[in-house]
Design a protein around this ligand. Structure first.
Ligand code: F3S
Length: 62
């Protein structure tokens, strides 16, 4: 399972790193970034939660 952030779509709300800090972090430009291409097994549920809760659907976890 891998996580991706579409930086052009991200509005920098900061929700995803608060839901799943194992995979998402905020970059210097104020946009989210996926820090782990391969989502750790124990972070899959929270990564999926972040995908579902991103207000602008900028996250893909697949
Ligand atoms: Fe951006 Fe969505 Fe995360 S807006 S900061 S990718 S929850």
């Amino acid at each position: 399972m891998k996580g991706y952030v579409d930086k052009d779509t991200c509005i920098g709300c900061g929700l995803c790193p608060s839901i799943c800090p194992e995979v998402f972090d905020m970059d210097d430009d104020g946009k989210a970034v996926a820090t782990e291409d391969d989502v750790p097994d124990d972070a899959e549920d929270s990564a999926k939660d972040a995908e579902e809760q991103c207000p602008v659907d900028a996250i893909k976890v697949e």
